[in-house]
Design a protein around this ligand. Structure first.
Ligand code: 3EB
Length: 373
């Protein structure tokens, strides 16, 4: 098992000085490194990084955060398959621009923007009708939309949402449901669609810390993809909370050199019901069946079909650390030797869900030039 330490650089053929040359492409989704491994990289390489995701149970030292030197999402989450914290790299192309606006740190190239925002709920006043988490979520998404409008990267491809105590109830409502209220409020306030054309996403429980959201956005509209086995999350019935979650099952983005598929957090949900509530292996299997269904839907829309289980890079969130071995074995059984996955301990947004799996894949687009003299 490669376990996400190896990178498979995409390539394509291009004409150079009359010769057909194999070009290595910089893929948006870059390698997974340890923090030390990241820090060791040359400055020139770091300049090409859009942003990183860092998951570790221990706080990352302020100095280390400064040394990382690129927009970095840090979430308090225990990695289950390694002692090392993981530092997942997203790469830009050409000259990058970075900045800060309000609470958002971002970097972008000409096509794609990576941003991260962390908002402590304590900044907001407790009010039963508008809880601190709901307000923090609405504020975070309003800031995101304002930034995207200003910089003209209007299309949100993918959001990663991390919420402490996600299953805890306060003010008479589960915190994940409070989050859904604030998220939808912000989408509505900015005149954004709340059905159909919505970003891929995930929402997980961190061990502690502020509401933390990372996002990728761009200048081409992604295709929203749904799963024929599942009720669209934006149409979940009221029993899952007063407002439906605002996300699609996957988004497919056609960039200049590659087509990227972002598969949202996927769980053992069929229709809108949780299946196999107490059986983690059956949940893992059902989740892979869901991912397969999303891949099928994506391949019907892709200009470069052929997305399959083996071409995905997985992030696996497991509620109970003791379930790691069984989940890993089931996933290896379903995906095969090509499996590349990082495993993290996280609470999932329904109490009866024992795991959630998200994944990304990219296909280089075939070069358009056939002959050049
Ligand atoms: C589900 O299928 C599982 O609220 O952004 C998955 C992906 C889930 C994203 C979100 C929630 C979210 O409903 C939970």
């Amino acid at each position: 098992m490669a376990d996400a330490q190896t990178q498979h650089p995409a390539c394509r053929w291009d004409w150079h000085s009359g010769k057909l040359m194999r070009q290595t492409l910089t893929s948006l989704h870059g390698p997974n490194l340890s923090i030390a491994g990241f820090l060791k990289q040359p400055a020139q390489w770091k300049n090409s990084v859009l942003g990183v995701f860092c998951f570790s149970a221990e706080a990352v030292d302020k100095q280390v955060q400064a040394d990382i030197g690129v927009p970095c999402m840090h979430v308090a989450m225990q990695r289950l398959d390694s002692r090392d914290a993981t530092c997942e790299v997203w790469q830009g192309r050409g000259q990058l621009t970075q900045g800060r606006r309000g609470d958002i740190y971002y970097r972008h190239d000409d096509d794609v923007l990576f941003g991260v925002i962390a908002l402590p709920e304590a900044l907001f006043e407790a009010d039963a009708a508008n809880t601190p988490l709901r307000q923090a979520t609405e504020s975070a998404y309003r800031q995101i939309f304002a930034l995207l409008d200003t910089l003209r990267y209007p299309y949100l491809f993918r959001c990663w949402n991390y919420i402490a105590d996600i299953n805890k109830h306060s003010f008479g409502l589960e915190r994940y449901r409070q989050f859904n209220l604030g998220r939808q409020d912000a989408f509505l306030a900015h005149g954004r669609d709340i059905v159909g054309n919505v970003p891929a996403a995930c929402a997980l429980g961190s061990a502690h810390g502020p509401l933390t959201i990372a996002f990728l956005a761009g200048r081409v509209a992604p295709l929203g993809i749904e799963n024929p086995r599942q009720t669209s999350a934006y149409q979940y019935p009221q029993q899952y909370g007063p407002r439906s979650p605002t996300f699609s099952r996957a988004s497919l983005v056609r960039l200049e050199q590659e087509e990227v598929l972002f598969i949202s957090g996927t769980a053992s949900v069929v229709g809108h019901l949780t299946l196999h509530p107490a059986d983690v292996v059956a949940q893992a299997r059902e989740t892979v069946t869901n991912i397969r269904a999303v891949l099928g839907a994506a391949n019907r829309l892709a200009s470069q079909p052929g997305f399959d289980l083996a071409s995905l890079q997985y992030r696996v969130y497991v509620r109970h650390p003791v379930d790691l071995a069984q989940v890993r074995a089931e996933l290896a059984h379903c995906v095969g030797d090509a499996l590349q996955a990082v495993y993290l301990q996280a609470d999932v947004c329904r109490q009866d869900l024992l795991l959630e799996i998200e994944a990304t894949a990219a296909h280089p687009l075939a070069s358009v030039s056939v002959q050049r003299n």
